[in-house]
Design a protein around this ligand. Structure first.
Ligand SMILES: Cc1cc2nc3c(=O)[nH]c(=O)nc-3n(C[C@H](O)[C@H](O)[C@H](O)COP(=O)(O)O)c2cc1C
Length: 324
């Protein structure tokens, strides 16, 4: 399949694996890229710029296909070394950067100077237009369904994607709730040039996370996510568990007086315990409603091949048959 996104990033299939904290290691990114999609290393999971340089080198050892690095700009306790990370990206020969959170204007000029394509993840049309106006090459439009940070507007992809298609000139991918060939065809029908998946890629053989995490996603239904930290305007969609229920109780008790320090135990530093040790109640971890569509743990190649075959059948058989 050829779209503006496959052409821009030099990939075979219009499928991107979004940056994911403590999931987006070299093994994950290389597996997706080797399967013809675009794998992405999560920059901030690496403690230092030198660690990121090492992770990029490890990924290059595992694939000769293009892959990207995610740089997330969110409120964090200690400011990461963004200039050092950008240097590691440039010197590592990475060709794509996925930015997310705040406007990426602080890193955009230097990335563009080095010919690196920038795809910015946005949860609204106004942020997508801003990304286009400052020179981003593409956007990843992340609907309310998504795992992670859906923003504060709560617009699902059925509305957000066609709105983005009407407003944008640069290409975009649909993100949030994407799982299979139906998702891809729907995304294309609504004007996207591909799709971005997070949660679906965690439940794959190569995802370098504890088996408990994959099992939790397979076991979950679309009813099992919760929105946390809304009173802090830092909303995150997470898988429900004991820690999340406690967090929501604290939010109710504190009401408008809630401070980040009130929920720090449930959200700060919990990812290594969950993703590496498989302690599923250690805290809040991002997960999309799409968990309800995930019933198996294929390899990345099996998953992507299946998506493309299903998309092909929908377009050429089901839809062509209806249109005839
Ligand atoms: C466990 C997990 C961790 C994530 N961490 C990040 C992150 O560090 N930076 C980021 O930009 N997006 C992050 N995301 C969001 C994904 O890149 C992607 O936008 C989202 O998962 C899409 O929604 P889906 O899960 O319905 O596919 C994370 C998502 C998950 C599920």
């Amino acid at each position: 399949m050829k779209t503006r996104i496959t052409e821009m990033f030099g990939i075979e299939h219009p499928i991107i694996q979004g940056g994911m904290h403590y999931v987006g290691f070299a093994e994950m990114a290389a597996a997706v890229s080797n399967a013809g999609g675009l794998g992405i290393i999560t920059g901030l999971t690496q403690k230092t710029a030198a660690d990121l340089a090492n992770e990029i080198a490890r990924c290059k050892d595992m694939t000769d296909k293009p892959f990207g690095v995610n740089l997330t700009f969110l409120p964090v306790v200690n400011q990461p070394d963004y200039p050092g990370m950008v240097k590691a990206i440039i010197e590592g020969g990475v060709t794509v950067v996925e930015t997310a959170g705040n406007n990426p204007v602080q890193v955009l000029p230097v990335l563009k100077e080095h010919g690196i394509k920038v795809i910015h993840k946005c949860t609204s049309v106004r942020h997508s237009l801003k990304a286009q106006s400052i020179g981003c090459d593409a956007v990843s439009v992340d609907g309310f369904e998504c795992g992670g940070h859906p923003g504060e507007d709560d617009i699902p992809n059925m509305i957000l994607l066609p709105r983005a298609a009407d407003a944008l000139d640069i290409p975009f991918v649909a993100s949030g709730g994407m799982a299979d060939g139906r998702s891809l065809v729907a995304a294309l029908a609504m004007g996207a040039d591909g799709m971005n998946m997070g949660t679906r890629f965690i439940a794959t053989q190569e995802a370098p996370v504890h088996a408990n995490v994959k099992a939790a996603i397979v076991a979950a239904s679309e009813l099992d996510t919760r929105l946390v930290m809304r009173p802090l305007r830092n909303t995150e969609r997470v898988m429900t568990n004991a820690a999340v229920e406690r967090l929501l109780e604290i939010e109710k008790e504190k009401g408008a007086d809630l401070q980040f320090s009130d929920v720090i135990e449930q959200v700060a530093g919990v990812y290594p315990r969950i993703m590496m040790q498989g302690e599923m109640d250690a805290g809040a971890w991002s997960c999309g409603m799409v968990a309800g569509l995930i019933n198996d743990i294929p390899t990345c190649k099996e998953l992507i091949d299946r998506i493309m075959a299903e998309a092909d059948a929908i377009i050429h058989k089901r839809l062509a048959g209806i249109a005839a």
